[in-house]
Design a protein. Structure first.
Ligand code: DAH
Length: 343
């Protein structure tokens, strides 16, 4: 038994000191010390030995185990060192180059695609007389829900899984909170948009994120109708996509609008023929919107008998994904420079 141990020790030490890579080291470790390893197998048979043999073999195995672990660690450190040295050789940088006038092409920074689209949307709407408003990311129940005609216990609250703070506030689940703040600040008639970051307590996948970006829009004036809504949405889409985009309206339920709609656009990825992005339907849901509910106007101290309005909530991530054919929403927050460089 002890000879066998010595043989394992010798073979393993030799293999470890000549292992060419960290992966190789790991497979040696598994082969000798792993759950089904050679040394482990011996330790498992200890119970069958006589007491004094058991103590001798046990001690020796443990000693060899400790020794091999130490050799493994030290070889691993050496391999890591040489890997770092190689990387340094390949990726060295002469910090004096630029100042010496022999600089390589200078690569300027870029705006994140979400910032780019936000500024574009702001430009489109400000040119049509809209004001850009901001609001806090940590909101109160009142601005995020109650004043939008979503009272406590209303089932619509389930549509928006919410991050609550310990003091009873929340991370806003939509930029619609900004329209409430807008109504408080402005006297009708007015036109506002409110871009911003929103949060949902949600499992993430290719089309769901816990953090994403929306633009809220609201116009309040006399006799606003669905025709006004459609006009502004068509202008927006034409500017963003650089061409006329076919749209359709379907009824959609949101407590803060009546009637409410889902505005779909003709799928730009497949030109309406049917693809995975539009789930073979040829249409993509892009812009929920509607005419502002009288209760919401009342919360905003606006008389619904005199004034009416439309509102919409645009998902900016979705819009960019449509424009560039991006298939996974998680790219936006990945921080992956290869993704960001494309914009
Ligand atoms: N706030 C809604 C959401 O995040 C989107 C929305 C729907 C906004 C309809 C609106 C609207 O202004 O009229 O799901």
């Amino acid at each position: 038994m002890e000879q066998k141990l010595e043989a394992i020790r010798a073979a393993a030490t030799q293999a470890i000191s000549s292992a060419p890579s960290i992966d190789e080291l790991e497979s040696i470790r598994v082969k000798v010390l792993g759950r089904k390893g050679e040394l482990t197998a011996i330790l498992r048979t200890l119970g069958e030995l006589s007491p004094e043999e058991r103590s001798r073999v046990g001690q020796k195995s443990n000693q060899i185990k400790a020794e091999l672990e130490a050799v493994l660690e030290s070889r691993k450190a050496d391999l890591l060192d040489s890997r770092i040295n190689e990387t340094l050789k390949e990726e060295w940088l002469d910090v004096t180059l630029a100042s010496a006038g022999a600089s390589r092409a200078f690569e300027p920074g870029r705006l994140h695609p979400l910032s780019q689209i936000q500024y574009e949307i702001e430009n489109i709407f400000t040119s049509m007389g809209f004001t850009v408003l901001d609001g806090p990311e940590v909101e109160t129940d009142y601005y995020n829900f109650e004043a939008l005609n979503i009272p406590a216990h209303h089932p619509a609250r389930d549509m928006q899984d919410t991050f609550w703070t310990e003091d009873g506030n929340l991370l806003r689940t939509h930029t619609s909170a900004i329209q409430v703040r807008g109504m408080e600040r402005l006297k009708p008639p007015f036109r506002v948009i409110g871009p911003g970051r929103v949060f949902r307590y949600e499992a993430t996948d290719a089309s769901h994120e816990n953090t994403f970006y929306q633009v809220e829009g609201m116009m309040v004036d006399r006799d606003i109708s669905v025709a006004d809504l459609i006009y502004f949405m068509k202008v927006l889409l034409k500017e963003i996509f650089g061409r006329e985009v076919a749209i359709r309206l379907r009824p959609g339920y949101f407590p803060f609008v009546e009637p409410g709609f889902e505005l779909d656009i003709h799928c730009l990825i497949c030109d309406g023929k049917g693809c995975s992005v539009c789930k073979q339907s040829g249409w993509v849901e892009l812009l929920p919107c509607g005419l502002v509910h009288p209760n919401v106007l009342r919360y905003g101290k606006i008389d619904p008998d005199k004034w009416s309005g439309f509102a919409f909530g645009l998902g900016m991530n979705r819009l960019i994904m449509m424009r560039y054919g991006i298939n996974d929403i998680r790219h936006f927050q990945s921080g992956d420079i290869r993704f960001l460089r494309q914009f």
